[in-house]
Design a protein around this ligand. Structure first.
Ligand code: ADP
Ligand code: ASP
Ligand code: MG
Length: 440
């Protein structure tokens, strides 16, 4: 079986839903189809939630009304029959009644916010399933909340997902299309939770890993992974093939087309991931698999909201055990470190989760001297094949960056990644300069 995931823009308009109905059924093969919320819905739900957290009930109600109107228009353009439309209306009635219930909940907190934000995927999948039924497709909705589970650290539990989904599918065999929600899951308390923004990609690869799918396809609004961020750089082009390692680096370091964790389960289970364009299904897209091509420099990505911490040992030279103590502090606060550079007495690290920054700083101060952290930094990550005996790569990178101040450089940790830290104000300039210098 294959797993196909359609993002917000791919289901955001009635005509798009109609074209994906065509896409998923025309080859006749059975598949699990993961849907995101209609484009804009998750943001709207979060905005309603923000109003509620700020105690602005009337504002939340009027935002909910705007959203409801959007769904009503959507339904009237999607369904062809009275029966289909009535089914669609009853779905929207039910879920908006739940929104009203959440609006009336006091106190309104994170638990309610997670229930609110889950409604985007709950709505899109039920609306689509009713449409497939109207069209006579042999389909079934599998509620993600019945099988997608995360642990205390918000990490999906692949083994459990595999067991849950295996049991569900065994009970309901023989369907051509199984629809499910991306993004949403249950936490160890049994509450509704989610896999963070953009999480539907992750859902698809988790399902792909769980059922050992033949392939996972991520359908979006662009013809595959490009060599640079197309929102910032003009002359970008799609990359036909990427290895799991290369794609994982790009997703982790900011290529928005994939949720940062998407590659992990696919790589673990050896399931290829193909990125495809819903607007142009015949375009090749990008194939991510075990294989790599020999291309030297493949792509560039940028990860925002990075904080750099500069740590100096208060002890003399040659002190061992210093790095261990430094990293123990980050471990204690469950804060991942992205980039590290060292000199004999100093170490600089970057983090993107700053919830515990103050505690981390004060614990580090017990045995080290610290400079003020630099917030608003960006990691620019260059991905390719940088074998240890290859010459001339660093010079190309540094040459392209010759007019831009670089705070940190990391080269040699993997054969696939060179990372540079720059101030956020130099991000666009860096991506453009590297594009010119490395690809043209
Ligand atoms: P979806 O809603 O389908 O999940 P996303 O908006 O999350 O789609 O991801 C697709 C978008 O990612 C593209 O429209 C593009 O603007 C952006 N993007 C950023 N970096 C890249 C890249 N390197 N290659 C392709 N797309 C990228
Ligand atoms: N709907 C969620 C979001 O907007 C998940 C996703 O689209 O992947 O973040
Ligand atoms: Mg996305």
């Amino acid at each position: 079986m294959q797993v196909w995931k359609f993002g917000g823009t791919s289901v955001g308009k009635p005509e798009r839903m109609k074209s994906i109905r065509q896409l998923i059924t025309e080859d006749g093969n059975a598949k699990i189809v993961v849907l995101s919320a209609l484009s804009g819905s998750t943001n709207s739900l979060l905005s309603i939630s923000e109003s509620l957290l700020a105690g602005q009930i009337a504002e939340a109600q009027s935002k909910a009304k705007v959203l409801r109107d959007h769904y009503d228009t959507f339904l009237s353009e999607l369904y062809q029959t009275e029966l289909g439309l009535a089914k669609g209306k009853s779905i929207v009635d039910k879920e908006f009644a739940f929104i009203d219930q959440l609006i009336a909940t006091s106190p309104y907190g994170t638990k309610q916010e997670k229930e609110m934000v889950a409604l985007g995927e709950l709505l899109s999948t039920q609306i689509f399933e009713a449409y497939l039924q109207e069209e006579g497709v042999n389909s079934l909705l599998l509620p993600a909340l019945d099988f997608m589970v995360i642990d205390e650290d918000n990490e999906p539990i692949l083994k459990k997902i595999e067991e849950n989904l295996g049991a569900i599918l065994a009970k309901q065999p023989g369907k051509q299309i199984y629809i499910t929600q991306g993004f949403i899951c249950r936490n160890p308390q049994g509450e509704v939770d989610n896999l963070k923004r953009g999480g539907s990609d992750y859902t698809a690869s988790l399902i792909g890993g769980a059922i050992a799918a033949e392939e996972v396809q991520i359908w979006t609004d662009i013809d595959g992974m490009h060599n640079n961020d197309p929102r910032i750089v003009k002359n970008t082009f799609p990359i036909r093939e990427l290895s799991f390692a290369e794609a994982a680096e790009l997703a982790y370091f900011g290529a928005k087309i994939l949720h940062p964790s998407t590659i992990t389960p696919a790589k673990l289970k050896g399931v290829p991931v193909r990125l495809k364009n819903t607007m142009e299904p015949s375009a090749y897209g990008t194939l991510i698999s075990e294989k790599s091509t020999d291309v030297e420099i493949k792509a560039i990505a940028a990860k925002d909201n990075i904080t750099a911490i500069y740590i100096h040992s208060t002890r003399m030279l040659n002190a061992y055990g210093f790095l261990k103590r430094v990293f123990e502090v980050f471990e204690k606060y469950k804060t991942p470190v992205d980039m590290i550079t060292t000199s004999e007495v100093s170490v600089s690290v970057t983090i993107d989760q700053t919830t515990h920054l103050d505690s981390i700083m004060s614990e580090l101060r017990e045995f080290a001297e610290l400079e003020d952290p630099d917030k608003d930094q960006v990691i620019i990550c260059i991905v390719g094949n940088f074998w240890a005996d290859k010459e001339g790569i660093a010079i190309k990178v540094l040459n392209a960056m010759k007019n831009i101040p670089i705070r940190m450089i990391s080269y040699g940790a993997s054969e696939h990644n060179i990372s540079l830290l720059v101030d956020a104000k130099h991000k666009n300039e860096s991506l453009n300069a590297l594009n010119e210098g490395l690809f043209f």
